[in-house]
Design a protein around this ligand. Structure first.
Ligand SMILES: C[S@@+](CC[C@H](N)C(=O)[O-])C[C@H]1O[C@@H](n2cnc3c(N)ncnc32)[C@H](O)[C@@H]1O
Length: 268
């Protein structure tokens, strides 16, 4: 995807988060979970779910793959006292992540780095997580190999992402719709790719029911998208290249209503 277009989207997303009261404090980009399984976590926070599942000691150094504005890394530092290095391929996100964690006065202060998991990842880490980011990988096998090489043996990688359900629905090409997502991986694809990189699945938790929006809300969301051929607001939306048509937006949201899974891998 054209990096300039990506940067435009990152900046737009920052302002959208910043001025939405419920999100303004953490800037998390992932979808809000509506009550994760109570037996596994006490709160409805995805960050808490990740922290509980990885359960890092304060001496650990975690890798946040596709760290966005650094919300999860700041949460880990604040609640678990761990060092986190976040990687994002967005200049805007990297800059804002640095700034927000400096404002928080966190110690250890998370580090953020401009980079891509499509390439070798510098450093050695005792654990890693990827929240709604591996869906962006253009080559899942290579990406998982880069991640595995950056992890010490016996450490864990937690991936929380959307997957294509193989239900006979057409898996749409999405790179023209939003955020450079080409198409969704199936869960089996990520498991097979991870295994070939030496990452063995240990736990799979289907979180789909925790992120579903009601059909009424879905209709409202889609209906709220302006027709790109009409009016100033629609011109704005089209300039941002979020969605060009209501049909595209519908297919994006529909895909993201299918499977949302947390998978814990162990590096052998
Ligand atoms: C939907 S956002 C999720 C952000 C964050 N994990 C969160 O939960 O708030 C996807 C993230 O993946 C990052 N990303 C996409 N492709 C990437 C790549 N090839 N290398 C590193 N980061 C990437 C984007 O910059 C963005 O930060």
């Amino acid at each position: 995807m054209d990096p300039n277009r990506y940067e435009r989207q990152a900046r737009f997303e920052y302002f959208r988060r910043r001025f939405r009261p419920k999100r303004s404090r953490d800037l998390a980009i992932h979808r809000r979970t509506v009550g994760l399984p109570r037996t596994r976590i006490p709160s409805d926070s995805l960050h808490e779910f990740v922290a509980r599942t990885l359960n890092p000691k304060s001496t650990e150094h975690l890798l946040d793959l596709g760290c966005g504005f650094g919300a999860a890394a700041r949460y880990m530092a604040r609640t678990r006292g761990v060092m986190v290095t976040g990687v994002t391929n967005s200049v805007t996100q990297c800059r804002i992540a640095h700034r927000e964690s400096a404002l928080d006065g966190l110690a250890p202060k998370p580090d953020f780095r401009l980079g891509s998991f499509d390439h070798e990842i510098e450093g050695v880490f005792t654990g890693a997580y990827a929240i709604e980011s591996l869906v962006h990988s253009s080559n899942l096998v290579a990406t998982l190999q880069h991640i595995a090489r950056a992890l010490i043996p016996n450490s864990c990688l937690l991936v929380v992402d959307d997957y294509w359900p193989n239900k006979g629905l057409e898996n749409p090409k999405l790179d023209t719709v939003a955020w450079g997502v080409h198409e969704f991986w199936s869960h089996n694809e990520i498991v097979v790719s991870a295994e070939s990189a030496g990452l063995i699945p240990e736990m799979v938790i289907d979180l789909s029911d925790n992120v579903k929006v009601s059909s009424k809300l879905l209709r409202g969301l889609v209906g709220a998208v302006p027709d790109p051929s009409v009016g100033a607001a629609s011109l704005f939306a089209t300039q941002l290249n979020f969605w060009k048509t209501q049909a595209q937006m519908h297919s994006m949201i529909e895909c993201r209503q299918q499977l949302y899974i947390a998978t814990l891998f162990r590096r052998i």
